[in-house]
Design a protein around this ligand. Sequence first.
Ligand code: HXC
Length: 517
Amino acid sequence: MAIKPELIEILRTRRGKITEHVSPEKLDALHAKGLLSARERINWLFDEGTFQEVGMHAKHHAVHFGMAGRELPADGVITGTGYLGSVQVASYSQDFNVLAGTLGKMQARKITRIMRYALKTGVPVVAFKDSGGARIQEGVDALSGYGDVFYSNVMLSGVVPQIAVVCGPCAGGAAYSPALMDFVIMTRKNSHMFLTGPEVIKAVTGRATTMEEVGSATMHSSVSGNVHFVAEDDQSAIALVKRILSFLPANNTEDPPHNLDTMIEDTPDRGLEELVPDSPSEPLDMESIIRRLVDNGELLEVHADFARNVIVGFARFSGVIVGVVANQPKVMAGALDLNAADKVARFVRTCNVFNVPLVTLVDVPGFLPGVEQERGGIIRHGAKMLHAYASCTTPKITVLLRKSYGGSYLAMCSQELGADMVFAWPTAEIAVMGSEAAVKILYRKELDAAEDRAARAAELAQEYRDEFASPYEAAANFYITDVIEPCETRAAISIALRKTLNKRELRPSKKHGNMPL
Ligand code: HXC
């Protein structure tokens, strides 16, 4: 029995109404602003022809306030799965052209259904956020929907990668869903994210403010730290999503996609030494050192504009995917402060849950001294780094380049914090504090009596560095694996990574550690 043509026609008409509700003029206007429609975002994300939609015909219940007779195509969110190369990904994309992409019970059901699918099948989730928040007409049903989404975010956390792309408004409690995900991308001009916007802030506190000040991509990426990446427009945000996923496994039971066929490059790299200044007091540019060490100079910096005194990001060493953590002496001398501690601790934990080995490059004068730091809780924040590194069971390789002082030496993954191998350059200085400060404390009387105080202080500082803070002193006490020439660093790290990739560390069973927050 053949299917009646009118049944096919009905299906096609229904599909068309749902998928083609944005007019060509409206689409042109979106494109002119660097925006894509919700469906275009999905199409740009996935390999052609691989997207399977889930729940296209689902819709809200008309019983909600003022909703009778309102058509909301796909209930304002497109959900489904597709492929990026051989990797399946689950995605949802809020449709701002349907009642401002607002979330009610059915939209939440669609989102949580696709998240549960991702959990069951162990595939990453990519979420496009473009929404006016809770759908007012749905009242408590909308709030409940958000609760369901947050709960699902937490269930997926540490199991599959979750990436949020904020492409438009992300207002009110809705902003908590991105905050519960692993990576948040905002587009530079078209997105904003806040709990309470300028109008509410003015009404409640009397202070006039702007969206730029409280909700822009620039603010969140450089001040609040809520956002890891800023993309120029929707298309570059999607390219960034693909780049992030290229460094991650599909889920926590798998390894990242290392390329172990890559030959280890063991020719000494003399050019690296030219990047190190002659004087130990002149800051080196850690970013240029990292790019010199890693495959093809490719570093995907995470949180690049936040706490720039440290650098974290993904790279490869002879095909092995790693998370790099490093001090950046060009900013605040590379000292660790409140935000740097948060940035490092978060990144270390992200790498650990997805089995990404860590390479830590150290040139750190200490934790930043200061009233604001102490009152801001640098003890609590710094402890997050200790907790994160000590809890991390992926391979951990540390290289001490120059300064490695005090608590910050430990906080940058020393042997005691669980580093599997620690290499030191001959220029490394490992001590309780820097030579100048130590000499002032230890030789105060002698310096007071000296004819040329500055010259004597410099002489003593040099002695302190050579004899006491020298890497050979640390090596003699077996606190480091080996002292290496800088030109050997790339090979040393690459070989150490290959050797430690299969390491297994058993920890006492517990619900979870009680990390200082
Ligand atoms: C229902 C909404 C809505 C909402 C917008 N609309 N926001 N409908 N609930 N939250 C509707 C509008 O009435 C309009 O419907 C259509 O969406 C497009 O909105 P416009 O205002 O015309 O568009 P635009 O000028 O582009 O402004 C978009 C906007 C603005 C910036 C998102 O609408 C806005 O500020 N909305 C409120 C945002 C907000 O305060 N959200 C927080 C909600 S509370 P018609 O019928 O005219 O097409 C919340 C708490 C959640 O989210 C707590 C969870 C824990």
